[in-house]
Design a protein around this ligand. Structure first.
Ligand code: GLY
Ligand code: MN
Length: 478
């Protein structure tokens, strides 16, 4: 479904829009000058220009095509809320609700942002097009406004095809733009396009000062959201779908302070905490259970936090809950201890796994010695933690996902990288290989980490992590 197709062409049988010449003349006349806002160059514009320059250096002589993406239909004539592709957001500084269908081109001679201009008031579009008409979506920026805000040369999207000349590569996530590029260059260069997709992902591995500031803001709003949830626990306890109370409480913070949540909130109480991505969130929250809350506020700039705490719903961990919690915390601390420039990304995970294998062996759960379990062809301990300990974080919750293995898993940590440390232990309710008292307990502790010149900074240190500190914090909010 193309963005240029008016919504009412999709659903015509209930249209009441008058379309007589009389009405057309009437509705398109009599408008005064619009009271506009003064647009200013955005704080991210210079950073985005530097990012584009670095990307262009990797592809000399090639025109790179980076689409924002198009709206996705939810049903009939209603769409999901638009969110730009991370590469487009990174390279333009735009995102959020802005500019579905927009396309950025980089090089070889200039960088240009192609946009659909707002419809003039002399056109039916401005009152009749529910996707882009100002009567429906409010005032849209002019090409001139967008040029000022982004520092980019802007052009009408309608002229994109004619401008696409010379060697081309495209980030292939908008079918219409991909088809246009393939047609113009007369070939389907999947390998070349994949190299561009890798490059835009790898460009985000090290964050600049603007991005780090945005991450701090996202983390701060997320911590506020966790605080809201603790305050809402009495309501969650009283509701048959207490997990929904948790999700909705966090969501209110995300939507009011940021753009939205950075991913589907995991509000998992009791045994649901053993399901890694429990997003149904339709269960009760009971005193005595643990509540695993994995949630992140996405800032208006689209940078997201990703934090997890496993809270004792009644305010105090039971002895067995505390024992599991402490093992996971010790694993996280071991990961923090090696998170510094020069460390391999995957060694952060290995540090956490060393602690968990030891602890599981102490509890008598491993059939082999921990050093045997840790061997690549054994891995018994992973039965209780099947996910990785870390992922890069930024515009996407699983940021930089197209980066090559040698730069991601086998990459060396550098100052400016931001990633999670999130070990866990998950004992399924029907796991016959663990004692009954462990069954149904799931614990994850997740923090967001910035690599610094000589170590790392826990960006989410403001959210209590030690068991006693979590209990004291919850008591202070009761
Ligand atoms: N927070 C969910 C995840 O990292 O997959
Ligand atoms: Mn995560």
């Amino acid at each position: 479904m193309s963005d240029s197709q008016p919504l009412d062409e999709r659903v015509t049988n209930r249209s009441l829009r008058p379309d007589s010449p009389v009405f057309l003349a009437w509705v398109t006349s009599g408008w005064g000058a619009r009271v506009g806002q003064t647009v200013q160059r955005s704080a991210v514009a210079d950073f985005a220009a530097q990012r584009r320059a670095r990307l262009a250096e990797r592809f000399p002589g090639v025109r790179l095509v980076v689409p924002a993406g198009s709206r996705k239909v939810r049903s009939n004539d209603t769409d999901y809320r638009f969110r730009a592709h991370a590469a487009f957001a990174h390279l333009t500084g735009l995102g959020g609700e802005h500019e579905p269908g927009a396309v950025l081109t980089i090089g070889p001679d200039e960088h240009r942002l192609y946009l659909r201009p707002p419809a003039g008031r002399e056109t039916p579009e401005f009152f009749a097009d529910a996707r882009s008409g100002e009567f429906w979506v409010g005032p849209r920026p002019t090409l001139e406004d967008m040029a000022v805000a982004t520092g980019l040369r802007t052009a009408d999207l309608a002229g994109l095809r004619d401008d696409l000349a010379g060697p081309l590569l495209v980030v292939r996530h908008d079918d219409a733009v991909t088809a246009m590029v393939d047609e113009v260059r007369g070939t389907h260069d999947a390998d070349g396009d994949d190299a561009l997709h890798e490059a835009v992902s790898e460009l985000r591995l090290v964050k600049d000062a603007y991005e780090i500031d945005q991450m701090r803001q996202a983390v701060a709003a997320t911590i506020a959201g966790f605080t809201d949830v603790v305050r809402a626990l009495p309501r969650a306890l009283a509701h048959p779908r207490g997990e929904r109370v948790v999700e909705a409480t966090f969501g209110a913070r995300a939507r009011t302070e940021g753009n939205t949540v950075g991913y589907a909130t995991i509000a998992a109480a009791g045994p649901h905490a053993t399901t890694l991505h429990w997003t149904d969130n339709d269960g009760p929250v009971r005193r005595g259970d643990l509540l695993l809350l994995d949630a992140g506020v996405e800032a208006q700039s689209l940078y997201t936090a990703d934090l997890t705490r496993t809270l004792p719903v009644g305010g105090q961990y039971s002895p067995v809950q505390r024992q599991v919690y402490q093992a996971v915390l010790d694993a996280a601390d071991a990961a923090f201890a090696v998170a510094a420039p020069g460390t391999r990304f995957r060694d952060v995970h290995e540090a956490a796994m060393g602690v968990l294998a030891d602890r599981l062996a102490q509890w008598g759960l491993l059939p082999v010695a921990p050093e045997v379990a840790l061997q690549p062809d054994q891995q018994h301990h992973r039965r209780w933690m099947v996910h990785g300990t870390s992922h890069h974080l930024g515009l996407d919750v699983h940021d930089c996902a197209q980066a090559r293995r040698e730069l991601y898993l086998d990459g060396i940590l550098q100052p400016g990288m931001v990633f999670t440390i999130e070990p866990g232990l998950y004992f399924q309710p029907d796991d016959l290989l663990v004692p009954e008292q462990l069954r149904g307990i799931g614990v994850r502790i997740e923090d967001d980490v910035l690599v610094t010149a000589d170590g790392c900074e826990n960006l989410s240190a403001g959210l209590p992590r030690q068991a006693a500190a979590v209990e004291a914090w919850m008591a202070s909010l009761a």
